[in-house]
Design a protein around this ligand. Sequence first.
Ligand code: SAJ
Length: 412
Amino acid sequence: HQIAVIGLGYIGLPTAAVLASYGWNVCGVDVSEKVVETVNAGGVHIEERDLDQLVRSATETGRLTASTTVPTAHYYMIAVPTPLSDNNTPDIGYVEAAARAIAPQILPGACIIIESTSPVGTTEKVADIIAGMRPDIKVPAFGDASGGDIALAYCPERVLPGKIVHELVANDRVIGGMTPACAERAVGLYKSFVEGDCLMTNSRIAETVKLVENSFRDVNIAFANELSMIADEIGVDVWDVIRLANRHPRVNILQPGPGVGGHCIAVDPWFLVAGAPKTAKLVRTAREVNDHKAQHTEQRIRGLLSVTADSKIAVLGLAFKPDIDDFRESPALEIAENLAKDCGDRMLVVEPFTDTLPHGFSGTGAKLTTLDEALLAAEIVVVLVDHTAFKHLTPSDLANKITLDTRGMLNR
Ligand code: SAJ
């Protein structure tokens, strides 16, 4: 059986490679010729644990190929980005474009699955696009048990960057059909490689579940971030407070940080807010608290820098979270780039996951260097990301320096 995976990004490429490793014939489709060439040559264009090996063997066996055009397949899986527009509303343009690219290829019996995080109702929009382009095919309508000639389902990805290859197989999956028969059809695909449970529901519930999962985490991180700012104001150590509060059997507070980044937790809650703007007060506030935490952190660092006019500052970490090379929506990167605009000549950046500083630093005088060199030269040390490469540091290593540890790394 042939599967076409549309979008070879952080979700599509690992999924395509895992499917191929379970014996499926997979054609990965991407608009970028460069990505297609890389994958066809057995390479990867993104860093993710165990992915390079998986893609290499999937292409060597011939089970994974890549193309810029959509082939005719039994299953079509859509894993394209759904970014946020300027006014914090979801942009499903890439999903719609994928639907338009798939429509001409579809044969009766095909199953289309959307994995991209999407606002509620997107699966029905995809159905409308296909129905509009293919009057010869009966597309199932939401909840209409009479079904159709094809199946259409929404099955959100829920893998954690850094553990994608493992979680793709291990996690439970929520599989929402336009009709129960559509869900069953999609389950047939997921059961072939998922070791977790495949939980069936309808497409609207599955779309909502995805947004709710990431909003849950955002709200809980916002609580930790707000606590850290309250603790600063009242003069107590937030890390001690959280550590001790978490010894209560029903309390489990997450970790404060310099803000929330990545392409999911910092984005998806807005999709929920867009669906019910007046009612989703807590979800919106959590987003605002987490965004504000980055500004708050930047102001605190500016305070440290203003104590002396020429002291050097070591900035540890730019990635959106530890041990990952992904800088998308990274609060650490945003804070460091903003600071570099005013005092780049005093900045020594340490980021083991890059060879060059991102564009935002160009012309600022900021230097990328090693941890040892930065610590030798700097009087101020700011931990923005708790990469494993920094974890051997102890408070005594930094005894004669002014330190701001936004991740509580030195306390742990
Ligand atoms: N963070 C904190 N404190 C914490 C935990 C995280 O400040 O206690 C920060 C991180 O540093 C990072 C951000 O939150 O900046 C998000 O990191 P994360 O590890 O919480 O999540 P992501 O964005 O890498 O992946 C999330 C996951 N969702 C949930 O855990 C509910 C993943 O399962 C999803 O598949 C992914 O979003 C996605 O693609 O939607």
